[in-house]
Design a protein around this ligand. Structure first.
Ligand SMILES: NC(=O)c1ccc[n+]([C@@H]2O[C@H](COP(=O)([O-])OP(=O)(O)OC[C@H]3O[C@@H](n4cnc5c(N)ncnc54)[C@H](O)[C@@H]3O)[C@@H](O)[C@H]2O)c1
Length: 350
């Protein structure tokens, strides 16, 4: 007997890496980044109704594997993501991810997708959203320190959303800087490769740090940071892994995603537990001030939170509907008679 065809609910739309790449080019990368920024901001406005928990991290000597769940009561999502800074030297990605959306009313998954590319896109969009509220008005120049997998996405999001025109690059590995410079050719950005981080931040109103090292690093020291800049610190996102000297945090006004997670993982792990922070969602909803004056140093202590992945997954689900950019995967065993799971198994016996 041949196995019966799975029901419609058993077939889950799956977006492969290949299809994600096609989808992004079909829409246009800057449009994706702009739309994602707006979708994430819309979910930050609804922040209070989400289930929230610090991500569940499994640490090892080499890296971390994390699960990031959340729900708005109607849709549930989770992302599987790793962070292994030593991977790059072995020809592997530092960060890889995949994720799932499910219908809360049935518990059935409604989307399964690659999220390595999607994480780079959503991280860049989140940076742009934060900068929209915190960066000095009329910012034209950004420094990008750490020119790895995330770098081009970060630069393009700042261009698309904020109108950044100039990017100054620095990485301890000149090959990474050269790769980023080459990839940004033709993007409309004026790109300058710099030999030191000090040179890279010259004249920049936005400084993004996006390095990977499983240790306390000092990518920026206090004397490097002048009045009025916005720092977008992405790479410090694990216990024992930071990028900024703590003196910078003493001078800056710090904005975070979800304090219970950021206090463990972010730059602020270096500070006392009562170090004051502002939650970004409160800035987005107008309950708290963003940038107040031209002299203020603003810091977005980004670690990446589950709601950003939820937004990105929701965006992909809406964008692939009615297109050819997904496959249907027979993921859920769904017998016609719900109690006859065993009978369904038997039907596949030859
Ligand atoms: N906050 C978030 O939401 C979020 C999301 C994704 C990734 N991340 C983090 O961002 C970081 C970068 O990720 P990636 O995928 O681009 O990693 P990657 O390994 O591809 O790139 C990291 C780059 O940093 C460079 N680097 C290391 N130490 C440096 C230093 N002292 N000065 C200058 N450059 C240095 C490396 O040479 C490399 O080119 C990781 O730490 C990752 O965990 C955070």
């Amino acid at each position: 007997m041949t196995a019966p065809a799975p029901s419609e609910k058993a077939l889950v739309p799956f977006v492969s890496v290949e299809n994600m790449m096609r989808l992004v080019h079909h829409i246009g990368i800057e449009r994706v980044l702009t739309e994602l920024t707006d979708v994430i901001e819309a979910d930050f406005r609804r922040w209070e109704l989400f289930d929230k928990t610090p991500r569940v991290a499994s640490h090892s000597r080499e890296g971390v594997i994390e699960l990031m769940p959340t729900s708005d009561g109607e849709i549930y999502s989770f992302k599987y993501v790793n962070g292994h800074p030593k991977n790059m030297a072995e020809g592997l990605q530092t960060v890889t991810a995949f994720g799932l959306l499910a219908d809360v009313s049935t518990g059935y998954p409604v989307l399964l997708t690659e999220m390595t590319l999607l994480t780079a896109l959503r991280t860049a969009a989140t940076s742009a959203m934060a900068a929209r509220h915190l960066a000095p008005k009329g910012a034209t120049t950004m420094a990008m320190i750490g020119n790895g997998a995330q770098a081009e996405f970060q630069a393009l999001a700042m261009k698309a959303v904020l109108g950044i025109t100039h990017v100054r690059l620095f990485d301890i590995d000149p090959k990474a800087t050269e790769k980023t410079r080459r990839n940004l050719e033709g993007s409309g950005l004026t790109v300058m490769a710099c030999e030191t981080s000090q040179a890279a931040i010259e004249g920049a109103q936005i400084i993004t740090t996006c390095t990977a090292d499983k240790q306390y690093a000092t990518i920026l020291t206090d004397n490097m940071v002048g009045a009025g800049v916005h720092i977008n610190a992405i790479g410090g996102d694990c216990p024992g892994k930071t990028e900024l000297h703590r003196d910078i945090l003493s001078r800056a006004e710090t904005f975070v995603e979800y304090p219970p997670q950021t206090r463990i993982e972010g730059e602020i792990q270096q500070m006392a537990p009562d170090y004051p922070v502002t939650e970004l969602w409160q800035v987005v909803t107008g309950q708290a001030a963003g940038r107040r004056d031209e002299k203020q140093i603003t810091l977005f202590d980004s670690v990446g939170f589950a709601i950003e992945d939820f937004s990105a997954l929701r965006y992909v689900r809406d964008r692939v509907r009615g297109t050819a950019f997904f496959q249907s995967v027979d993921l859920i065993a769904d017998p016609d008679d719900p109690r006859d799971l065993f009978g369904m198994l038997q039907r596949a016996k030859d």
